[in-house]
Design a protein around this ligand. Structure first.
Ligand code: ADP
Length: 488
């Protein structure tokens, strides 16, 4: 059979300007920053810039700025006017979409096809969606005139840097809160570009503050007495530490944590569509997705057929330069994450599961891992229980629908799940039995700002997106008023 090779189709990086060093964004301007650490392009290990390591004084300054902006401007402004700022931000993000996409791909390692077609458009969509809510908060089902918490401390991970920023900042601002956001240490650049967008939109100073840094910076923010609300996305381990830190306080928290989603394929499912869904479920964003379909549950009588087709499809996944528009699978975000994926995969080998990857040549520099499946996995295996957060799929089988549900729910997590079947009744039955916050039917990894997202059990607290997400940033009119009565 004739095969066609793709010629490289590189996206130019000339659209982005990266400074050699960045400070924090506090009270509407960039500070100088004292200590710095490098941020890399994980596909080449090139140092892109030096990022400021936020200390207690930077967090103090940012929280103070957010408090003053909250009291003097943002909580006094009408919802309609707040909405205008959000619309303005959304439109500027669209205008600068290519810049955001290239910068995200450089700093994160994800394929440009995904940053361009998923991350950036969805980030802008979150601002548009929440702009629409800003003057309609009376209809958020919290009674008349709900009010904001005050200053929100927000901590985000590195897998969807700009998108997670928008999931956090857009609802917070729409509800009338001001924010101090800390991006992940390996991916601060698009948050700093977003700070420029805030300046361009003439957002009042102090409404959005961005302090860069590491886990210690995050912990300082969480423990700051000036914070009224915490929103965190990241590992379950850090989520638990945050829950412990705020337990003696009245601070409200939204926690989006880990996952080990089951993607369940029944024997009446359309196999070819299903194979696409499996690939999208685990290899999208290199599997750096908390809701990734990382456990494939196949009904035993179709397992061989699905696996054969899956292997053919996986052999077509193009791994390589993230700036190439043909690339399907980009770089692993950091050396640390690559080590974790390698370690858990070695555990999979030792536990007796069978590893398979298509033949593919990985680039010589940077952090890379091939698309991989493990078959013969049992529920006791660590690779069936622990989040690998990489392009690694654990395959299990089942005989009856009841067994599928039992296996799917046998995890400490409960973030998402997928069900593949031609029967609507079976899909409804399964989605009622599955303990997962989001369940996709005959598709996977679909996101929309209007749709609430969040987990059960160790996958977290609360929801983000939709009306449910908005309520995480609001209190009903009769809920306690804190810190000097500024909510009255
Ligand atoms: P991952 O393991 O995926 O990197 P983490 O939960 O460690 O996820 O990191 C997610 C975000 O939480 C990052 O911005 C990180 O800097 C921050 N972080 C890490 N440790 C803490 C902590 N103890 N308190 C608050 N934030 C933290």
């Amino acid at each position: 059979m004739t095969t066609f090779e793709y010629a490289p189709a590189l996206e130019s990086r000339s659209i982005v300007t990266i400074d050699s060093e960045y400070g924090h964004f506090i009270n509407g301007s960039f500070t100088k920053g004292k200590n710095h650490f490098p941020t890399l392009d994980p596909s080449s290990e090139e140092i892109l810039s030096q990022i400021a390591l936020g200390g207690a004084d930077d967090v103090d300054a940012a929280v103070d700025a957010a408090r003053i902006a909250y009291q003097s401007v943002w909580s006094k402004m009408s919802g309609r006017d707040r909405g205008k700022y959000l619309y303005r931000i959304a439109r500027i993000m669209q205008e600068r979409a290519r810049e955001f996409a290239v910068l995200e791909t450089l700093d994160n390692g994800k394929p440009i096809r995904e940053s361009r077609d998923v991350d950036v458009p969805l980030a802008a969509a979150h601002f548009f969606y929440h702009a629409g809510w800003a003057d309609k908060l009376d209809y958020a089902a919290l009674g008349k005139a709900p009010h904001p918490h005050g200053v929100a401390g927000q901590i985000i991970p590195w897998n969807f840097p700009l998108l997670m920023l928008s999931w956090k900042i857009a609802p917070a601002l729409a509800a009338g809160n001001t924010v101090v956001l800390k991006p992940a240490e390996t991916t601060s650049l698009t948050a700093l570009l977003f700070a420029q967008v805030c300046q361009q939109a003439e957002l009042p100073a102090g409404v959005v503050n961005i302090v860069t840094g590491n886990g210690q910076t995050g912990a300082t923010l969480v423990n700051h007495p000036g914070i009224d609300k915490i929103a965190f996305t990241g590992s379950t381990e850090v989520g638990k530490a945050i829950a412990r830190a705020i337990a003696p306080t009245s601070i409200k928290a939204t926690l989006e944590l880990g996952g080990k989603a089951a993607n369940i394929v029944f024997d009446d499912a359309p196999i070819d569509e299903c194979v696409e869904g499996i690939v999208n479920g685990i290899f999208f964003n290199q599997g750096h997705v908390c809701c990734a379909g990382s456990r494939l549950l196949l009904q035993e009588n179709i397992a061989d057929e699905v696996l054969a087709k899956l292997k053919v499809r996986m052999a077509k996944i193009r791994v390589g330069n993230p700036l190439d528009k043909n690339t399907d699978l980009g770089a692993i975000n950091s050396r640390e994450q690559l080590n974790k994926i390698q370690e858990l995969s070695t555990v999979g080998d030792a536990e007796g599961a069978e590893r398979w990857s298509p033949e593919c040549t990985l680039p010589g520099t940077g952090y890379w891992f091939p698309p991989t499946i493990f078959t013969g996995v049992t529920q006791a295996h660590r690779i069936a229980q622990e989040e690998i957060f990489g392009p690694v799929l654990s395959v299990l089988t089942f005989r009856t629908p009841a067994e599928a549900i039992e296996k799917a729910n046998n995890t400490p997590y409960g973030l998402s799940a997928g069900v593949w079947s031609e029967k609507g009744s079976r899909i409804l039955w399964a989605s009622q039995k599955l303990k997962a916050g989001v369940i996709w039917a005959n598709t996977f990894n679909k996101f929309d700002p209007a749709s609430p997202f969040g987990g059960y059990k160790e996958s977290g607290w609360g929801r983000e997106g939709g009306r449910h997400g908005l309520t995480g940033y609001l209190k009903s009119a009769d809920e306690g008023v804190k810190k000097g009565g500024e909510n009255e």
